[in-house]
Design a protein around this ligand. Sequence first.
Ligand SMILES: [Fe+2]
Ligand SMILES: [Fe+2]
Length: 260
Amino acid sequence: MKILLTADLHFHRPWFDWLRSEAPFFDLICIAGDVFDLEHPAGFLPQMIFLYAWVSDLARQRTPVALCTGNHDLPPGISLVRPGVSIASTDLPVIGHYAKATRWIQALKLDHQFAVDGDEKIVRTKSGESITVICCRYRADGRVDQWKPSTGKSLVLHHEPPANSQLAIPKAGNPELSLILAKLRPTWCMSGHVHFSPGEQNQFFERIGNTVCFNCRQNPPADRLPARPNTIVLDTSTATAAWRRWFSATSYDEIIARLE
Ligand SMILES: [Fe+2]
Ligand SMILES: [Fe+2]
């Protein structure tokens, strides 16, 4: 199974376009939070309308997508539309879908191929391989909602990396996630949140107990970003993870790690 892992798109639209074009080449696409830009001048609603259209396009491609929230994804008390921003009347049905959802992200479950916060979804390939993907919502209080452990291989998406890991440096990481990983022992865990930091080691994977944890160390939001996001391609058949990291707007390198 080939899985594309990324995080922290921060509403950089070319990255969404690129992900959509890559979807046919993967068995699963995972985004570990921070799809939105908290500081976007238009506010949240235009971003949400874009995301809904993007998900609708992906639904036609039949590649499963798993998505969990991050701290930038519609935190409470944030303004939905900034003054002077107009919303097209043709977008009103989309706003209606969001309004009807218990939590906004639930509106993106257009069909069974999408998994969002709180979901545990089994993804199967034509060759018969299967994994369970678990999407954990972001909680500002640092708590982590536990999931039901599954037999077989599992992949957890949680925006903040586990505490005391190289993946969280130079931040502290999430202590409760570390405890739950030790207890439930998923096969893999994908995070983001701690972007590339100059001067740090910027590790992209680390084995913590029975779990191989990842962070794609996304480029922080900037005026000029590369055409593609940082990504990790997890190939379960070869037990490898290939981290493609863009270190300028035009150049990247790739590190391939053996996981067994
Ligand atoms: Fe982020
Ligand atoms: Fe974040």
